[in-house]
Design a protein around this ligand. Sequence first.
Ligand SMILES: [Zn+2]
Length: 392
Amino acid sequence: MQADVPKSLELLEALISFDTVSRNSNLGLIEWVRGYLKRLGVDARLSYDVTENKANLFATLGESREPGLVLCGHTDVVPVDGQPWDTDPFKAVAREGRLYGRGSADMKGFIACTLAAAPLFLEAPLKRPIHLAYTYDEEVGCLGAPVLLRDLRAAGIRPSGCIVGEPTGMQVMIGHKGHRRYSCRVQGLEAHSSLAPSGVNAIEYAARLIARLREIARELRERGPRDESFSVPYFTMSTGTIRGGTAANIVPRECEFHFDLRYLPGADADAPAERLRRYAARTLIPEMRRGSTEANIRIEMEEDAPALSTPSDDRLTYLGTKLLGNSRLGRVPFATDGGHFHRAGIPTIVVGPGSIEQAHKPNEYVSIDQLAQCDRFLANLKDEMCIPARGV
Ligand SMILES: [Zn+2]
């Protein structure tokens, strides 16, 4: 590698300086990465969200027409609001073998390593291409990845596998639960509270739904699908926010709440919300309609980050452990963009530098040793991709 090629650490410092909290545009970072790749002679494809304020970047390294391997990282980070940071979260600070900054572990560290490896990949006689995929809005429900996958399908690009570099301490992870967020809007009928029986109390009906939701969650825990390889080996479902009413002396017309569902790979993810909808349709709505024909309950899925489940004997799993020299496999407790690749039929593993323990917290850091391990992993990957295709 030439001496003037930036190393992962310098690249990570640059990436951290872009405030890519999910509520902001990520285009500054994306354009910077596009410029970096351009200087290496690589053109990138961008796929935008509806506002065109955010984009995924996809680039192919290597001339081969064989199916390639995707290295995927998300560009957005979680907010720092209200967190007691000791340093500026958007200015990387190296101290005692660690690099501090928002996104250092989750997951700009991996992106930096892949960018640092790009010149190496380009110099090597790759038999199969390596794709770089950097997504938007992962932290708010893995929203960018499906847009990226649609764009690839339209372009006829069909990767053979995907490595998502979420922080796993450089261990191969082969599964995670799926994650859905639902909204529930209850519409009743307002009335002066002295005439309460003439109204339809939206908050009280929402409360009954929430009590039913809790009941369903308990049944899922006791009698639902189980997978003991997860630390919480069953579905979880819980209410996260609620809003409704205007004053104590008004029977409220509206109430809205959001709930969260974490489901196991391969299990029926629709069933819990369907049970809740049935309870609303058969028990609550008929009762409410006696007070107002307008009364209604609407339960809608707002986000779905699919589960990931890659067999332990998959070729990609084998490749990951071989490149690391470490055969330990695990599952992660959080959802990743990998669920979308998995759903698209692309075998996927999760392996990246840093620890999820440090993610989303003040003073997030990645150890420089973890970055070095990731650099080695990618150098080994380059050697592997110079061997003719064996399916990965
Ligand atoms: Zn992440």
